[in-house]
Every structure is written in C-alpha cells, then in structure tokens.
Design a protein around this ligand. Sequence first.
Ligand SMILES: [Zn+2]
Length: 295
Amino acid sequence: MKKIAIVGGTHGNELTGIRLIEKWMKNTTLVARNNLDVELLYGNPLAIRNQVRFIDEDLNRAFHVDDLNNPPGESWESQQAHRLNKMLGPKFNNPSVDVIIDLHTTTSNMGNTIIIYNEPFNMKLAKYIQCHEDNVRIYISDKKAEDTVGLQSVAPHGATIEIGPIPQGVLFHEQFETMERTTYHALDFIQAYDNAPGFDITGEIEAYQRGVLIPYPTDESGKICAMLHKDIQNKDYCLLKKGDPMFITFSGKVMHYEGDAGFPVFINEAAYYEKNMALRMNKKIMLTIPPRDRL
Ligand SMILES: [Zn+2]
C-alpha cells in the first residue's frame, strides 16, 4: 500500500469532503504519513462548481469495468469516470493507486458509516477505524468485484466514509471534525499496515450487508403518493419488522412494512427521491477477518 487517493466531491453538493480536501491541499502535512504517497483530489469538479450532486448522471455509479473499457459516453460523468480511471486506475489492470478513500455525506441519520467492498484489507481498515472512533458502523457491499460501480472500486482497496445527517450543500462543524478524524484513522491504519509486516487486525466484525432498495408507493401515473412515516424517520440501523409503520399516504392512510425484518439505511436520503427510493433494507451479519499472513 504505497499510493493513497483521498477524494472529496464525488457528489458535488456534499460539502464536508470538498472543504476537507481544500483544507488538506493548503496543509498537506495533515495527511502526510511515513512512506505513503497521498494524493488529494476532487471527484466531480464541474458538479462542485455548480453545487449539484451531478451534471448528467451519478458519478459514483459510472465505474463499471465494461463502461471503463469502452469509449466514454456522452454524459459529463461518463467522461469524468474515464479521466479518473486514467489517473487512479486502470481498474483491474495494475492500477496506479492502492487505496481510495472517498468522502461522502448523506441526509439520512446514518452517523459515521464506513462503506466497503467485501475484501480482507478493507475489513481490517474498517475495524481499525471502529476501534479508534465511537459509534462507527460498517456497511458492506454484496456486489461481486466485476459488478462494482463506485469510485472506490477503481483501486484494489478502499472505503467510503459516509456521514449524516447533513443536508445537501451544508456544512456541520461536528460532522466535519468526525470525517477529518476518521480519515486520519484510515491513513494511520494504512501506514501501520505498510510499515510493519507484523501489524494486523483480525477477529470478527459486525457489518450491515447491503440489501434491496424499497421504493415509495406510487399512484397509477407513477407519482409518489406517500411519505415515510414519522416512526421510521431517523431510525437508520434500527430493526424494522413486518407490520411496523413505514409510509403514510397524503390522505393519511398508514402503510405497514410487509417484508422480512431488517435494518433500514439511507432512510429519506434526498438524492434517492429522483429514483423514487425511500430507503435500503440491510441485513446484520458477522464476518471473520483472515490474518494477513494467510492472504
Ligand atoms: Zn455521496
């Protein structure tokens, strides 16, 4: 692990990561670590300038290996994904960067969440952060490597730091500090792992495995006809069972959850409205982290 990229503004209206990158660009000693080459960059500069999540499409879904191996499409984000893949990748083909730390915020009450793909180094990184920072949850992707589409998948290892609730386009001091500390823990872990072959993080982790998206109820014309019920608002990571109130129609009818019990996340995420999505239902799982000498 020699080369690390820290990225802010993959979504252009998530200010916390953007301002942190600015801060570190002015004072690179804050992110300098022994023997590590740390690169700082903005994921989607045009979206940042326009203070929007994206220009044409979600950049953080534009890194499928097939898309990157074909010429870029018309959209700004497709072209930006190709540029980032050239800079940090190429994905799956001896990429120039070893680890990508991608900084995000959510309007949902998810606290400090480390989102990772299922891979031993990432699990070690996430557990290290959990050991050094209060109230950290680990969210693990169920995707196979060849199906990954997020920016962090361009490097062999990585994590997304996702902090909320923060409105889009807004800075909160406390969450700014949390994201800053969390990034430093990630760098400290990579430095320790890289510099000391005997250093390791093993044992079990509790993780929330990515599950299905639950859409808003819609009327015959496809328009959203209900909102999330007040009982579920801000209850990210709280067990939701069959029969619990989930939505309420604008005429006042409560709609109950019908599926298997699970742990909802991204509840009422503002960016999900354009896709009519209300939340994602994750499962809680335990994972064992293999020792590094067996990797
Ligand atoms: Zn984001």
